[in-house]
Design a binder for this molecule. Structure first.
Ligand code: PXL
Length: 252
């Protein structure tokens, strides 16, 4: 069983809807707690509605007093209270296999975090994580390193590892020439590369991190999970659909 704590994306391309769909495709039973709601279409995020901190806490306590997930994935958390409550409950319920997708902006450039949330994720959540899966933009924001290629990806991964995470996977789909993803587990680097695919895709980060969480729930190690996630996302991008007038959504 895997739990996603993420925002709601009504298109199903990203957010907890995409995470649940991914868990299902991986053969893992999915649990979900929304951390924030969005109004959006394939053309972008229209507006954001917070979930009351107290009710978020009630959702966690109610579920976790009953069920213990084998892995937990976080996506768009948006507010400081949500991050703090989450780190507190993660310890309280002795959870494991935390995968953090440190979502900061949407594919169309809308901010998906309030003031101080990036710092709170770094301080309160990252030290608990088994794996974090920033894209190059997120890795750059969290480290201050401008990422143009593999060399800077490695530098950023080493710096992120020092924030106390178990392993770092930087996804490089947003780089110009090639889609190169890099894993650093504290000892070794592993980079996996694909050709770039044409088009604007929505939700690749959500699906990628959900495959990682599903794999950890199934007992894979981080390296195996990385290889599986890269392959899964690549296939799902090649089969992507355009349900609306905007971005493509992964299909699997
Ligand atoms: O792709 C990042 C993301 C995550 N979660 C939610 C989103 C988005 C992007 O729009 O809406 C809920």
């Amino acid at each position: 069983m895997a739990l996603t704590i993420a925002g709601s994306d009504p298109t199903g391309g990203a957010g907890f809807q995409a995470d649940l769909r991914t868990f299902y495709a991986m053969g893992v039973y999915g649990l979900s707690i929304p951390s924030v709601l969005t109004a959006q279409s394939t053309k972008g995020v229209h507006s954001i509605q917070e979930i009351q901190a107290e009710f978020f806490e009630t959702q966690l306590d109610t579920l976790l007093n009953d069920i213990k997930p084998d892995a937990l994935k976080t996506g768009m958390l948006y507010s400081l209270d949500i991050v703090k409550i989450l780190s507190e409950k993660y310890r309280k319920y002795s959870l494991s296999n935390l995968v953090i997708d440190p979502v900061i902006v949407s594919s169309t450039g809308v901010s998906l975090v309030k003031e101080g949330v990036k710092e709170a994720i770094k301080e309160h959540l990252m030290p608990l994580a088994k794996v974090i899966t920033p894209n190059i933009n997120e890795a750059a924001v969290f480290t201050g390193i401008n990422i143009h290629g593999e060399k800077e990806m490695k530098e950023a991964a080493v710096k992120l590892k020092d924030y106390g995470v178990g392993a770092v996977i930087i996804t490089g789909g947003h780089m110009k020439e090639k889609a190169l993803d890099l894993l650093f587990d504290g000892e070794d680097f592993l980079s996996l590369e694909n050709d770039k695919l044409e088009g604007e895709f929505h939700g690749t980060g959500c699906v990628f991190s959900s495959v990682i969480a599903a794999c950890l729930a199934l007992g894979y190690d981080v390296k195996e999970a990385f290889i599986k996630a890269k392959e899964f996302v690549w296939n799902a991008m090649r089969a992507a659909i355009s349900p609306g007038e905007g971005m493509k959504i992964l299909n699997y």
